[in-house]
Design a protein around this ligand. Structure first.
Ligand code: NAD
Length: 365
């Protein structure tokens, strides 16, 4: 698995899979229900591939392929660096979630998941609702992240937010010499499930929090509840901050935004924050901005699901395991300094090392 920019890979689908190290990609279509889905299994050395199903009205099929390949690869690294015995996978369903989803549509998707015989476990992701997961679970046992009412672990976002908060503290220790966030100016972009919980943790520690969101309503609620200052999206990147926490969408660290940022640390929940992981990882380094790798610090949700996957869900244990993010993050910063590489590259190296080491052990599946 080479650290390579997906955008620059242009060798056909099998060439791309070889470059990125994917084991298997399954294209699913069902004319009767109108289902079109792609399931990507990146690496199963550590265990079955686990990752959520996302439904999105992709502009092109290539966009869907790019998304599922990037996301599944990220899941491999996330599980590996978190010490979980899971591989990386992801599924995307192509189309308008408001128009296409029916019981038959979701159950047909569940059948495709079941047909993989446990090599891939699915979970909830963007545009998947509890009822959709209920339908999927009628057709497959290979599903996790279920609501508490269905015997699952429930909403993972508080655990994710806790991990991001600890990753942010580890970053603060490196950058400011202390992991206290009291008085630190933190900008949280996106106050949805994770962002809102993160703001709560920051407010408890007396950080000075600014927030932005495309939803005025969410901004208003979080601002009132936690005393955070709402700012418009357009002014957000120019704020004078100590810490920027991307908690909305991916690719917000790019050619346009990085030169504008006035912060010393980036630590947030969004997946794939670096638009191009090599180029933008090093651009941040050049600007002396410390970056806490997203797949490391947002792993709390996966750790929560893992507890459910083991068959004995225990939220306290999930929180305890999430606490390791602080130390792992500190090690990554030291490794990046010693080897003069970006923190993203260091985190990927550490993940790949665990996969290679455990590959020798050959964990029975
Ligand atoms: P969410 O949908 O609840 O929240 C996202 C928020 O971002 C929404 O309030 C939305 O209005 C806002 N938003 C969208 N576009 C925006 C923009 N351009 N500018 C500002 N705000 C914008 O999602 P979430 O569950 O809170 O997850 C947030 C991010 O963290 C996502 O990227 C998700 O993939 C990632 N993540 C979430 C979890 C989890 O446990 N929920 C785990 C790992 C990673």
């Amino acid at each position: 698995m080479k650290l390579k920019e997906l955008e620059k890979v242009d060798t056909g689908i099998l060439g791309t899979l070889t470059e990125l190290g994917h084991e298997q990609v399954v294209f699913c279509q069902d004319a009767a229900t109108g289902l079109k889905a792609i399931i990507a299994i990146h690496n199963t050395t550590l265990g079955p591939a686990l990752g959520g199903t996302r439904m999105w009205n992709y502009a092109t099929e290539q966009d869907a392929i790019t998304d599922v390949l990037r996301l599944s690869r990220g899941m491999t690294f996330k599980a590996a660096i978190s010490g979980l015995n899971l591989g990386g996978g992801k599924a995307v369903i192509i189309g308008d979630a408001n128009k296409l989803k029916t019981e038959a549509f979701m159950r047909r998707f569940g059948k495709f998941v079941q047909s993989l015989g446990g090599k891939y476990y699915t979970a909830e992701d963007v545009n998947m609702k509890t009822t959709d997961m209920e339908y999927i679970a009628m057709e497959t046992k290979y599903v996790t992240g279920l609501p508490e009412s269905m015997g699952g672990g429930g909403d993972p976002s508080p655990v994710t937010a806790y991990g991001v908060y600890l990753g942010m503290k580890a970053g603060a220790k490196r950058v400011f010499g202390s992991d206290s966030l009291s008085g630190k100016k933190v900008g949280v972009q996106g106050v949805g499930q994770v962002g809102a919980h993160l703001v709560e943790l920051l407010a408890k520690e007396n950080a000075v929090v600014s927030i932005t969101d495309i939803s005025q309503e969410k901004m208003k609620i979080v601002s009132i509840e936690h005393g955070a200052r709402p700012v418009s999206q357009s002014e957000f990147y120019d704020l004078d901050l100590d810490i920027y926490a991307p908690c909305a969408l991916g690719a917000t660290l790019n050619d346009e935004t990085i030169p504008r940022l006035k912060c010393a640390l980036i630590a947030g929940a969004a997946n794939n924050q670096l638009k191009e992981e090599v180029k933008h990882g090093y651009m941040l380094m050049d600007r002396s901005i410390t970056y806490a790798p997203d797949f490391l610090i947002n792993a709390g949700g996966l750790i929560n699901v893992y507890s459910e996957f083991l068959g004995n869900y225990n939220r306290q244990r999930a929180y305890q395991q999430t606490e390791k993010i602080y130390d792992t993050c500190s090690s990554i910063f030291s490794m990046a300094d010693e080897e003069k590489i970006s923190s993203q590259e260091a985190a990927i190296k550490l993940s790949e090392k665990r996969i290679a080491d455990m590959g020798k052990v050959r964990i029975p599946r």
